[in-house]
Design a protein around this ligand. Structure first.
Ligand SMILES: Nc1nc2c(ncn2[C@@H]2O[C@H](COP(=O)(O)OP(=O)(O)O)[C@@H](O)[C@H]2O)c(=O)[nH]1
Ligand SMILES: [Mg+2]
Length: 437
């Protein structure tokens, strides 16, 4: 995702972070490069221009240029402006009201509406326990009703549709009645799209929206189409007052133009990002981590901030020393998993690391921690200090002593090794070239 943009920006930032002094001309030169990188990523030219003007203004102040690390300050300003451009914070859909809440999905053909209907149902179920009913309001193509039904099955959502129906407004009304009768929380209407915005499409959508008065009208746009996605959004906005957007196909080689320009051009929040074709590939759109990724830090910056909070500096140093000398013990491990629990689940932390830094099998379920504690406590001090002596019979004894099983003891030892690897990498990864830590 956004690889080219990341490449362009890193090249520029490398030039300015390696130096102790920066002149105003250096900053201006760097900003010209930033502007070019944004345009190449298909960011709307006005957005790119304003972005660069804003950063330049902030970055050429005396306080920045005369600071000890001017390059890093400039990168930080770019980072913060990117976060702002992307919408500052997450913008989940409103869930007060209803039941049933009504969400309408609109957008061009192929943008990902039908897929998003299922993924949204899944997301709602997982994040807030809401049940959904998918309503088949795309009556243009006969196969559309079947496709939605399949998606509903895959996502575990309910389905309402009539193959012979001709009026989507009516279908949605019936679906809402059905959801109310069955006690379902959200109706998600899949509507029809066209290849281009046309009168007929907009009329139909407007009728649906006028009649259903949805709690959310989400415009689904294709992240691969760059600025075009934003142009489409502007056209839709002239006719229908949608509440937010879903940008799909961000997993592909999307250059970033849609995600970066959307908010600034339309004034509407991007609520979700589609990150793949599977039913669980819908994520809240996260300006903060998106900006981190664009700057090529994976989410290392936020990981580092989190880590910093949880790690006491001297502890971290001790640990570093142990990692260096490879003498990390299971006692340290226990201390570490308790600390890391404070930071959020390991799964979450691992997912924030750039892909190449991710160790295999290092995700530990936080609910497992008490059990892991019991297992480590059932070991002798010698075993804790030197896990390699834990052979088959010791494993059996430990399993008995901790009231667990040999499988669990094995898993813990495996996780310990993975963790050792993870922490080694984290330690070297946290100090990124320009993360001002
Ligand atoms: N890689 C990827 N493919 C997606 C994503 N969202 C949708 N698609 C694919 O895009 C195509 C069109 O999606 P569909 O939901 O049928 O679009 P609709 O015409 O707007 O209903 C399908 O092949 C989807 O699998 C996404 O986030 N990532
Ligand atoms: Mg569809």
């Amino acid at each position: 995702m956004f690889d080219k943009l990341t490449e362009g920006l890193s090249r520029t930032f490398k030039k300015i972070t390696g130096r102790g002094k920066l002149s105003e001309a250096d900053v201006r030169r760097a900003m010209r490069e930033v502007r070019r990188a944004l345009l190449e990523a298909d960011v709307h030219y006005k957005v790119a221009k304003e972005f660069v003007a804003e950063v330049t203004e902030k970055a050429t102040g005396e306080d920045i240029l005369s600071s000890l690390t001017p390059g890093q300050q400039v990168v930080k300003i770019v980072h913060d402006e990117l976060v702002r451009l992307l919408g500052t914070s997450e913008a989940p859909p409103g869930l007060d009201g209803g039941p049933p809440l009504v969400f309408v999905l609109a957008g061009l053909q192929g943008s990902g509406k039908t897929t998003t209907a299922g993924r949204l149902a899944r997301w709602l179920a997982e994040t807030s326990g809401n049940s959904s009913l998918l309503a088949a309001c795309d009556l243009r193509r006969p196969a559309a009703v079947d496709q939605l039904q399949k998606v509903a099955e895959q996502s575990g959502a309910g389905f309402y549709g009539r193959r012979k129906a001709s009026d989507p407004v009516e279908v949605l009304r019936e679906a809402v009645d059905r959801a109310r009768e069955s006690g379902l929380d959200v109706v998600i209407a899949d509507t029809s799209g066209r290849l281009h915005v046309d009168e007929e499409l907009m009329d139909e959508l407007q009728r649906i929206v006028d009649s259903a008065d949805p709690d959310e009208t989400l415009l689904v746009v294709d992240g691969l189409s760059g600025q075009d996605a934003v142009n489409v959004a502007v056209e839709f906005g002239e006719r229908v007052d949608y509440t937010g957007a879903v940008i799909t196909k961000m997993d592909g080689d999307s250059r970033g133009g849609a995600a970066l320009s959307f908010r600034a051009v339309t004034g509407k929040p991007v609520r979700f990002a589609g990150m793949g074709e599977s039913m669980d590939a819908l994520e809240l759109f996260r300006p903060q981590s998106m900006a981190d990724r664009i700057l090529g830090m994976g989410d290392v910056l936020s990981l580092a901030q989190k880590a910093q909070k949880a790690f006491d500096e001297s502890e971290a140093e001790k640990l570093q020393e142990k990692l260096r000398s490879d003498s990390l013990t299971l006692e340290d491990f226990l201390g570490e998993i308790r600390r890391i629990r404070k930071m959020g689940s390991i799964r979450e932390i691992v997912s924030m690391l750039p892909r190449e830094m991710r160790p295999a099998g290092a995700d530990i379920d936080p609910d497992e921690i008490p059990r892991m504690e019991a297992i480590i406590c059932s070991m002798t001090p010698r075993e804790r200090r030197n896990p390699s002596i834990i052979d088959g019979s010791r494993r059996k004894r430990i399993a008995r002593g901790s009231g667990t099983s040999v499988t669990r003891v094995n898993r813990l030892l495996k996780e310990f090794r993975a963790m050792k690897k993870l922490m080694k990498r984290m330690k070297s990864g946290i100090r990124m070239p320009f993360a001002p830590l």
